[in-house]
Ligand binder design. Sequence first.
Ligand code: PLP
Length: 388
Amino acid sequence: MNLNKNYDNLEQSYLFSTIAKKVNEYTTKHPEKKVIRLGIGDVTRPLCKAVVDAMHKAVDEMGVQETFRGYGPEQGYDFLRTAVQGYYAKNGVTLDLDEIFISDGAKSDLGNILDLFDKDNVVLVPDPVYPVYVDTNIMNGRNVVFTEANSENCFLPAPPSEKADIIYICSPNNPTGAVYNKTQLKEWVDYAKKNNAIILFDSAYECFISDSELPRSIYEIEGAKDCAIEFCSLSKTAGFTGTRCGYTIVPKELGKLNKMWLRRQTTKFNGVPYIIQRGAEAVFTEEGQKEINENISYYKENAKLISDTLKECNIWHIGGKHSPYIWLKCPNGMTSWEFFDYLLENFQIVGTPGSGFGKNGEGYFRLTSFGSRENTIEAMERIKKAGF
Ligand code: PLP
């Protein structure tokens, strides 16, 4: 038996374990201090009523002979795929049902999709970035190259002159909160088509976009169905981080890829539980949309509080407007970890050091709006009082 040696090439990620260790040490030393966590990328508001009711009803159905269900279709029940189809139609995107694949979340499919691609492809990933894109490719032994996202391009890199085969785009972006507009995204679509490349478009945060001119789906861009697969999730949209449901769009224009993905899923995946899919369906109802939008507005109000405070303190930052993430430049030339320690020691606030997302993240810091209103207000008051 030989092991997959590619795993030896993975960089050990100490980001979240180091954060936890530092916070633990601090709270042990200062048990009287209230530490506020604005570092997490996880939602904190509960599932909305429409979703909970739908899941309760589905549980009851599963307990009755006439309505019990066993294995479902691997690519998802038609009722949920139809709901997703309707959601896309609202943004002017027409999808066939067999282009929509229900998943147990975006992370799994972002990794699983790599089954469809040869090892020899050149993979282009922005830096800084959601680490899953890089690590899943390294596990497969693929060569990863980076595009530089930095303050000069507002953390929205344009296509490079070199050729790439597999391109990752995350918009709204984790960790920077930056969002591509339609013109910028069209450049990527043109680049992909010219290079016979595929774009893997991660739209996990699309629900935070409030400007109708900004694209929520790459398929709002002409030609994108010829060169892009889209991954979306109900995790941040509807608080499904623990419930697990998302969807992946593989257009038929991509030819063989649509059939290959179906084959892959029917072989290696047995579908998302019926109960969860009924809950997910409820997200797309009128009631569900109203309720989830209340939660999204809550997070966005938190983001505004953070952004307003940073403005007052003259701290350069982006994001927070169409994203739950605020990406700031560490004041006074501090490194990401120096600023982490400074915030923890002086204000008892925990954020995420930007250097954990790639080398271009050094000197930057991520705050999230997923905390409670009370804690966000208190954290911002602490910062305002001290200034920088
Ligand atoms: N994509 C991005 C950019 C994310 O930040 C996350 C989670 O934080 C995911 C995908 C994973 O989403 P899911 O919970 O659907 O697996």
